[in-house]
Design a binder for this molecule. Sequence first.
Ligand code: AMP
Length: 194
Amino acid sequence: MKTICVFCGSSDKVAARYLDAARATGAALARRGIRIVYGGGSTGLMGALAYAALDQGGEVIGVSPAFFQGPLLIQDRLTRLEIVETMHQRKARMAELAEGFIALPGGFGTLEELFEMLTWAQIGLHQKPIGLLNTAGYYDPLLAMIEHAQTHGFIYAEHRQLFAFGEQPGELLEAMSNHKPPEGLERWVERDFR
Ligand code: AMP
């Protein structure tokens, strides 16, 4: 993987451990020579990730709709800032540029981006690895929800393998590089004809 797209929280009102995790991820990607694609934001985990990667000499591409222009975006230091018109164009462009996806802790935006990449993988639109950084167990309730959905038959067991899980960035990247797309994805809708 030469380019990874990172989704993460834009809020500044979060505990230092989450900002530290974003910095550690940015630095880990830069040290491995992996280019980052992200939303271009300057705040919260987004800014922490990007500045840490840039400080290590890494490449960081921001993709953002024009309406985020201003202090919400890193204007001066990014390797490249691509301005698109809509949020949908942005997500498609980020997905096109990246060979894998990581979700760090985040809110609605992060969850929405993560789940769109998971649903695209589920129907075979891409086979790129997806990883969740489970800083301090942040994603444990989400994993429990996914297991609940699986128990109730809404998520196929093999689709649980669509994403890797890791507490530390190095461990997560290792799991993602060993990713094998689950078999049987053509059977993404199963009819029960009994
Ligand atoms: P959230 O998790 O709700 O904070 O949303 C974060 C996600 O939404 C990021 O991965 C971005 O793609 C996008 N996003 C939210 N706020 C901004 C912002 N100020 N600048 C750029 N992208 C943002």
